[in-house]
Design a protein around this ligand. Structure first.
Ligand code: NAI
Ligand code: MG
Length: 487
């Protein structure tokens, strides 16, 4: 589409609002901690608000777990470990399958709550987050009674109590990534959701109660960084699994150094999305949009650095700008919405600050003329050209809908540029040439490399990083290993 086509398109098609109904969901006014199979008041009696980032209105009040509450949760998990770890894999699998099916049954409710609490478009929570979360439980339920086949000639044993700390960008999905493999391998869990998005994890707690899972096997404690630190520092925890910022990841690694705790870290990224001149250009443009604007760019594996081969750069950038003109930013519950609300005021400030830095450092900014709602936290999709490797917006993780575009001439040049980052989580390669794809997948330092697609996830596929993006893998057979020891 050229610019003229876009205008015709816009004139001919305006979308009526198509909001998803919220009638069918149940949200309590106050949420307690989920410990030992019951909802329990926090010992010190403190609560915090979780808000809807599209309106900045309070949705619910949520208990804040202190060190004392975390201790009670860890004790419940330790006690439950005794019998849970002795249960046959087949029996453990039954509970995990049940949780998966209950998520599917309540998928609509989960999707709406996820979008309300975190700001992501309902289309994404409905079609991606919730189905994938159920799939993770289904997938790992299948492994529960097959561990000796997964690791032939070895005797896998669970570790004990896993402390799991998750971020706000994929709240239910990250809970599934953490809980499902831990249960399949016979561990028990103390999980902390992020403070801006606790509601779907608490809904999951209700489902866990309904599933009849023995009490204490999964405990969910809410709170912010201090609660997370209480989990990390608890002496009776055997393993920490963390997804979040590189800064906190480094802190956790230091905190548990010298202890017997095992650790997996899934941290930030600055993914390179590489478009060669022989790529299918229109598909690649869709891929660029999906790579950076999916979930408002709050994605650790986002393709936030775009590398376009010089011969097609003008064409790709023009087509990308045209496509950005058609993106709909606004109400996360509207089924037409492409880009929802930024998760928190704090995150919006971070993103806006990076946009200023980009402009001050001499980058050329482009944002489509989209209307942003008055209330709430919003950021228009943004791209920068005329930036180079030394720009901060090229080096640092922004975690928002902001793309930095550079060009390249040769394969060697783009490999060097793509790898010139402290991160190593994801990359994408767009070309019709299979040999080029294989060459790049060997040379790019990234845990996940997509070919002619981006941001595709599957429970059977391992996910994780190199360098400052962390270590350990989640998903697939690889995802079982961090929860096992071998005798
Ligand atoms: P964060 O790393 O502070 O939060 C992630 C989780 O860690 C939350 O549950 C939080 O309560 C917990 N946490 C915070 N401090 C902790 C501590 N000292 N000990 C244990 N747990 C702790 O991330 P934040 O501040 O919300 O976002 C800042 C930046 O981090 C973002 O702009 C983005 O660049 C990056 N980020 C990356 C994510 C990823 O998926 N890799 C997810 C979230 C943020
Ligand atoms: Mg919230």
């Amino acid at each position: 589409m050229n610019k003229q086509d876009t205008n015709i398109f816009k004139a001919a098609w305006t979308y009526d609002e198509a909001p998803e109904s919220t009638d069918h969901i149940q949200i309590k006014k106050i949420y307690e901690l989920f410990i030992d199979g019951k909802f329990t008041k926090p010992i010190k009696g403190n609560y915090f608000d979780t808000i809807n980032p599209a309106t900045n209105k309070v949705i619910a009040s949520v208990a804040e777990a202190t060190t004392e509450d975390v201790d009670v949760a860890v004790k419940a998990a330790r006690k439950a470990f005794g019998s849970w770890s002795k249960l046959s894999g087949k029996e453990r699998g039954k509970y995990i399958f049940r949780i998966a099916r209950l998520i599917q049954e309540r998928a609509r409710e989960f999707a709406v709550i996820e979008s309300l609490d975190g700001g992501k478009p309902i289309r994404e929570s409905r079609d991606i987050d919730i189905p994938l979360a159920a799939n993770h439980f289904f997938y790992y339920a299948g492994w529960a009674d097959k561990l000796e086949y997964a690791f032939p000639n070895r005797t896998p044993k669970p570790l004990g109590v896993a402390g799991q700390i998750i971020p706000w960008n994929f709240p239910l999905l990250m809970a599934a990534w953490k809980i499902a493999p831990a249960l399949a391998t016979g561990n028990t869990v103390v999980l902390k959701p992020a403070e801006t998005t606790p509601l779907t994890a608490l809904k999951l707690a209700e489902i866990i109660q309904e599933s009849g899972l023995p009490k204490g096997v999964v405990n969910i404690v809410t709170g912010a960084g201090e609660t997370g630190a209480s989990i990390v520092n608890h002496p009776d925890i055997n393993k920490i699994a963390f997804t979040g910022s590189t800064g906190v990841g480094k802190y956790i690694q230091k905190a548990i150094a010298g202890t017997n705790k095992k650790l997996t870290l899934e941290l930030g990224g600055k993914g390179a999305n590489i478009i060669f001149e022989d790529a299918a250009i229109d598909q690649a443009v869709e891929g660029i949009v999906n790579a950076i604007f999916f979930n408002q760019g709050h994605v650790c594996c986002a393709g936030s650095r775009l590398f376009v081969q010089e011969s097609v750069a003008d064409l790709v950038i023009q087509k990308l700008k045209n496509r950005m003109e058609t993106l709909i930013v606004g109400n996360p519950l509207d089924k037409n919405t492409d880009i929802g609300a930024i998760n928190s005021k704090k995150q919006l400030q971070t993103i806006e600050n990076y946009i200023k830095i980009g402009i001050n450092e001499g980058g050329e900014i482009y944002q489509p003329k989209c209307k942003l709602p008055k209330e709430g936290n919003w950021c228009a999709p943004t791209l920068f050209i005329n930036v180079s490797q030394s720009h901060r917006i090229v080096q640092e993780e922004i975690f928002g809908p902001v793309l930095a575009i550079q060009t390249f001439r040769t394969i060697d040049e783009v490999i060097e540029k793509a790898n010139n980052t402290p991160y190593g989580l994801s990359a994408g390669v767009w070309t019709q040439n299979g040999a080029k794809i294989f060459h790049l997948t060997q040379k790019l330092e990234a845990g996940v490399i997509w070919a002619n697609t981006f941001n595709k996830f599957d429970p059977a596929s391992p996910f994780g990083g190199y360098k400052e993006s962390g270590f350990g893998r989640e998903g697939g057979l690889h995802g079982l290993k961090p929860y096992l020891k071998f005798e």
